[in-house]
Design a protein around this ligand. Structure first.
Ligand SMILES: Cc1cc2nc3c(=O)[nH]c(=O)nc-3n(C[C@H](O)[C@H](O)[C@H](O)COP(=O)(O)OP(=O)(O)OC[C@H]3O[C@@H](n4cnc5c(N)ncnc54)[C@H](O)[C@@H]3O)c2cc1C
Ligand code: FES
Length: 258
């Protein structure tokens, strides 16, 4: 069930010049928010930004009634959000979309591959998988060290691996060239730049490993009304906001083979 609510910013953290996070407190009881679901954020006091901006849920504390968003500054909307301070209010429509599959048997091996802002939904996912007894390997990738924020947050929830294009941190090269990527897993999850996700999906398909991708197509309404977010799937066009953003690659051969 979707809700529209004002949240209060309890904490704002910067991760270099490109990323920041907002810890948001809800005044009443929050609905359950599943890993991979997202919110549509209202950007106020920025006349050039009319539409809400889709942002993944990075972390959830349902007992405390808090959500955390991890945001990369790329344009007017995210820049305006980066100027908000503790005590400011933020209006969200949430929880939106279909999230990741998390009911793997205890003892399963899962690989989580994130690139850029696609790292965001993987923290909540890794927490839930760990609580379910799943053994997680997390590979985070970026062009350089400063573009891989919040690495430490993942450490309690699995084996953390990092890959940078310039070798400034961890393995030098793409995430798919990290030695941990070649190991056998029961499930692979990925979110990040489209070429990265397609490469991960193709490799998973070749290995016969189940895989889910979380697409970040441009969105407007966020609820399946405007059709501006459609993606190609083996069953025709689907709305990323309503039918995704998470898709099983068994239905996405058309997409990852493009
Ligand atoms: C389901 C979903 C979850 C997302 N989760 C996160 C998240 O957790 N953290 C985060 O930082 N970002 C996330 N994004 C991307 C985020 O929505 C965009 O970066 C944001 O809307 C850009 O708004 P803006 O006004 O700052 O930039 P705009 O002025 O709208 O755009 C600036 C530049 O960014 C590009 N851009 C805008 N939206 C996207 C997009 N969706 N994908 C790729 N390029 C885009 C534009 O083409 C343009 O070049 C998510 C997107 C989707 C669809
Ligand atoms: S954003 Fe409008 S249909 Fe998906």
């Amino acid at each position: 069930m979707k809700e529209i609510h004002d949240f209060t910013i309890l904490e704002r953290r910067s991760y270099g010049e490109h990323y920041f996070s907002l810890l948001l407190k809800h005044d009443g009881p929050m609905p359950e928010v599943l890993p991979g679901q997202f919110v549509e954020v209202l950007v106020e006091n920025e006349p050039s930004v009319m539409l809400r901006r889709p942002i993944s849920v990075h972390d959830v504390d349902s007992e405390a009634g808090t959500l955390t968003l991890l945001i990369q500054i790329v344009g007017q909307g995210t820049r305006r959000l980066s100027t908000l301070s503790v005590g400011d209010r933020l209006n969200l429509v949430y929880p939106l979309g279909h999230g990741f599959t998390t009911d793997l048997p205890a003892g399963s091996r899962a690989l989580l591959v994130g690139g850029g802002a696609g790292i965001a939904p993987l923290l909540h996912l890794s927490k839930v998988l760990k609580a379910n007894g799943v053994d997680c390997t997390i590979i985070l990738g970026g062009r350089t060290e400063s573009l891989i924020p919040v690495r430490d947050a993942f450490e309690p929830f699995g084996r953390l691996c990092v890959a940078t294009d310039d070798g400034s941190l961890g393995h030098k090269g793409l995430v798919i060239s990290h030695p941990a990527f070649a190991e056998q897993y029961d499930m692979i999850y990925t979110c990040g730049p489209t070429p990265m996700m397609k490469a991960v999906a193709r490799s998973a398909a070749e290995r016969g490993t189940r895989c889910e991708v979380s697409l970040e197509n441009m969105m407007a309404c966020g609820v399946g009304a405007c059709l501006c977010c459609v993606t190609n799937t083996d069953q025709g066009h689907r709305c990323v906001c309503k039918d995704g953003p998470v898709f099983d690659i068994s239905t996405m051969k058309t997409w990852y083979a493009e």
